[in-house]
Design a protein around this ligand. Structure first.
Ligand SMILES: [Zn+2]
Length: 271
C-alpha cells in the first residue's frame, strides 16, 4: 500500500466535529508573538468584526504540542519544524538551498516518506509531502453579541526587568464562554496516524492548551468538546456501503482510544 497520498485510488478519511469553548478570554492578535516574544496562534476578525480562529493557525499549535509530546518519548520522532537543524534527517529541517540535493537521495516519495521524514511531518506534511490533516477556520458557533473586552497591561523591559517607561498597552480579547465550531479531517491516514492527531486533540479536550498570547496572564484557556467522529476506511466493503448509503462508520470514544493505542504501540513498543 502506498504510504503517501495517491489520487488514483480512494483513500480513507476520518472526520471529527466539535466545539472549542473559551474558558478564559482569548486575546485578539496577529499571532506574531505576545509581549514576552512567544509566537502563538492568530485570532483575527472577519469583515463583520466577528472573531474567528484560522484553521491553519490552530493546526500549527496542534502540531507543536504533538511534536513536544513525541520528543519527550524520543527526540528522533519529531523534528523541530520551525528551524533549520543539522544532523536531523527530515525534509522540513532542510534549508531551501539544501533541499534539492536532499530530495535527490530518495527513489520516490514513498522512499522519502519512510526513510527521511519524521513521524509528525509524515502526518502534517513537509517540503514535498502534502499534509494529511485539514482544519477549516473555526467560526463562531452562535451569533456574536460582543463586545470585545479591553484589558490593560504594562510592557516589561526584559533586560532590566522593569516596566519600560510605564509603556501601557491594551489587549483586546474575546470573552470567556464564546464557542467556536471545530472540524478536522484526516485523509489517507493509518490508524496510528489518526491516533497521533487524536492524541494531540486530547490535550485540547483536557483543557491543557492555551491559545492566543498573554497565556501566562491566564488568558486563552480553551476546552475542546468532540461531538461526533466518523470514518470511511480503505476497506472495499466500507467504501461500498458509504457510496451507496452516504453513511460513514461512527468512531466512538473507545475506537478513538484504540487508534491512540496503535500509535503508542508503534512509538513505545516495549513500554
Ligand atoms: Zn519533521
Amino acid at each position: 500500500m502506498s504510504t503517501t497520498q495517491d489520487f488514483t485510488t480512494f483513500g480513507s478519511w476520518l472526520k471529527l466535529t466539535g466545539q472549542l469553548e473559551l474558558v478564559t478570554p482569548l486575546r485578539i492578535g496577529a499571532g506574531q508573538g505576545d509581549e514576552f516574544g512567544l509566537a502563538d496562534i492568530a485570532v483575527v476578525k472577519n469583515r463583520q468584526g466577528e472573531p474567528y480562529i484560522p484553521g491553519s493557525s490552530f493546526k500549527g499549535v496542534l502540531r507543536s504540542s504533538i511534536e513536544a509530546f513525541l520528543r519527550t518519548i524520543d527526540p528522533n520522532l519529531a523534528c523541530l519544524c520551525v528551524t533549520t537543524q543539522t544532523g536531523f534527517d527530515c525534509p522540513t529541517t532542510k534549508s531551501p538551498e539544501d533541499l534539492e540535493a536532499y530530495l535527490a537521495k530518495f527513489k520516490d516519495e514513498d522512499d522519502m516518506y519512510l526513510n527521511g521524514t519524521c513521524r509528525v511531518c509524515q502526518v502534517f506534511g513537509s517540503s514535498g509531502l502534502a499534509s494529511k490533516v485539514q482544519i477549516p477556520d473555526l467560526r463562531l458557533a452562535e451569533k456574536w453579541l460582543g463586545p470585545y473586552q479591553l484589558r490593560n497591561g504594562v510592557s516589561i523591559d526584559r533586560d532590566t526587568e522593569t516596566a519600560a517607561a510605564q509603556r501601557l498597552f491594551t489587549i483586546e480579547a474575546v470573552p470567556a464562554g464564546t464557542r467556536f465550531t471545530f472540524e478536522l479531517l484526516i485523509e489517507n491516514g493509518t490508524p496510528a496516524d489518526q491516533g497521533l492527531v487524536l492524541l494531540g486533540l486530547r490535550a485540547f479536550e483536557q483543557g491543557m492548551v492555551a491559545l492566543g498570547g498573554a497565556t501566562s496572564r491566564g488568558l486563552g484557556q480553551v476546552k475542546l468538546t468532540v461531538d461526533h467522529c466518523e470514518e470511511v476506511s480503505n476497506d472495499p466493503k466500507a467504501l461500498f456501503d458509504f457510496l451507496v448509503s452516504g453513511t460513514a462508520q461512527e468512531v466512538d470514544e473507545q475506537a478513538r482510544t484504540a487508534k491512540i493505542q496503535a500509535l503508542r504501540q508503534e512509538v513505545m513498543p516495549h513500554a
